[in-house]
Design a protein around this ligand. Structure first.
Ligand SMILES: Cc1ncc(COP(=O)(O)O)c(C=O)c1O
Length: 436
């Protein structure tokens, strides 16, 4: 067996601590390692395998495209690129807009801000971004992210105007209702824009719902934010890298609010190809795209709109549609939420359960339900949380945790029995482990 523990520099960990088996295969919501141990995937790995592992339709599309044409750069047209752009504009209702392809989420966000700056003429415009958000690990996106993992805090260099999150369970304004918390949050964002002067703000960059920082926004947050930005003439960029493609029970999380939620730009990755091949995108509404029509676009990536990746994207959209996976996410999301709420009744360590109306939920663990003291100070991991992950793996279920949060985001193709089994394992471990 080849081990990568001493040769690969691994993300988001202390190298000396990295120790994981090699994964050699997968199918649907399951994957397995070299020893044949099978895991049910309760996080779609990095919340990206919305279509499950080794989706046959995507594999076929990549194989067929590879046999036809692997690459052309963006000085030339490519059929799969054109087709994917059309499909994306269609499913998002952004007809008349344009799509810029990237390799993943961080470069989609960087380019979205570039486009917002160019289209608004605010070339040095600030970016309003919230605490407890994640937009990527490049220098600029790390600065825009309100994430504990930003070591350099280089916010000034990248023009960040930081605002609090719509985190109703720990409302920064001390409000009691979800609605009031979101209303106060939106008013605060408006005030921050007014204070800076809207002419100096290029965009508000935000995840509409869900994310690894555990925020699931109250329903009134996104439409409120949309209205506040519209009134001030500031572009709203929806970072749908994680929340898109059915994760929140809609094609895109903003779509839960209909036209009242429509952003000016949105960024995509992860579910765009269900992670079968790297691809990201920025979708620009017509009124933004037309502003870029006659000026030089000073950005590009060698692999922009790579034909192999775009062919996978076209197949992914067909799979979401034909297999009714968006609807499935909504239906199974309800099943998952009910089970998690039942667990909350049984286990005092579960302080809050919140769901994004699809197969995405956050379980927040606390030391004390009344005081809401986190199980461990954010973003540290309590020893029992680490045990939870390792014991679940031994029992054949893979969970993602961060700090005191369990992030549940299984592939949308997961079977109901598989989901129930994974949640049985979680319930058993909640009871067995010592959470003191
Ligand atoms: C909301 C959000 N935006 C952006 C990113 C960055 O995407 P990538 O890792 O593809 O650069 C992520 C990744 O987790 C994300 O969750």
């Amino acid at each position: 067996m080849i081990s990568e523990s001493s040769s690969v520099l691994h993300s988001w960990c202390v190298q000396a601590d990295w120790n994981a088996p090699s994964i050699v295969g997968g199918e649907g919501a399951r994957f397995w390692d070299e020893s044949g141990h099978v895991y049910l995937d309760m996080s779609s790995l990095a919340e990206c395998m919305n279509l499950g592992h080794q989706h046959p339709r995507l594999i076929r599309a990549i194989q067929e495209q590879a046999q036809t044409l692997c690459f052309v750069n963006s000085s030339w047209g490519a059929r799969s690129r054109a087709e994917l752009a059309e499909r994306l504009l269609e499913v998002s209702g952004f007809e008349g807009g344009r799509v810029f392809f990237t390799l993943g989420g961080a470069d989609a966000n960087e380019n979205a801000v570039k486009f917002a700056r160019q289209a608004s003429g605010r070339s040095q415009g600030k970016v309003v971004a919230r605490d407890r958000s994640y937009h990527g690990a490049s220098y600029a996106t790390m600065a825009w992210s309100g994430d504990s993992r930003n070591p350099s805090q280089n916010e000034e260099a990248f023009g960040v105007l930081r605002v609090p999150p719509p985190y109703a369970y720990r409302c920064p304004y001390g409000t009691v209702s979800d609605k009031e918390c979101a209303d106060r949050n939106v008013a605060h964002i408006g005030a921050i824009i007014d204070q800076a002067g809207a002419d100096h703000v290029a965009a508000v960059l935000m995840e509409p719902n869900a994310g690894t920082n555990g925020i699931i926004a109250p329903d009134n947050f996104w439409p409120g934010l949309r209205e506040a930005t519209r009134q001030r003439g500031v572009y709203l960029i929806a970072d749908e890298v994680m929340s898109g493609f059915g994760r929140c029970g809609e094609w895109f999380a903003w779509a839960a609010h209909g036209e009242a939620g429509r952003p000016d730009l949105m960024t995509l990755a992860k579910g765009l190809t269900g992670a079968h091949i790297p691809l990201g995108a920025v979708v620009l509404a017509n009124h933004v795209a037309v502003k870029l029509e006659h000026s030089m676009l000073n950005t590009g990536l060698t692999y922009c709109g790579h034909p192999l990746a775009c062919a996978a994207g076209v197949a992914a959209i067909a799979a979401y549609r034909d297999e009714k996976l968006i609807e499935r996410s909504r239906a199974l999301g309800t099943v998952m939420l009910r089970r998690l709420q039942a667990m909350q009744e049984r286990h005092a360590v579960i302080g809050d359960v919140r769901s994004a109306k699809g197969l995405f939920a956050i379980v927040e663990l606390v030391k004390n339900r009344d005081s809401r003291e986190p199980l461990s100070p954010w973003p540290t991991v309590h020893p029992s949380m680490a045990r939870f992950v390792s014991m679940a793996r031994e029992r054949g279920v893979s969970f993602a945790v961060r700090g005191n949060l369990i992030i549940l985001a299984p592939p949308l193709v997961i079977g109901e029995n598989e989901l129930e089994r994974a949640l049985d394992t979680m319930n058993a471990l909640m009871g067995e482990l010592d959470w003191q």
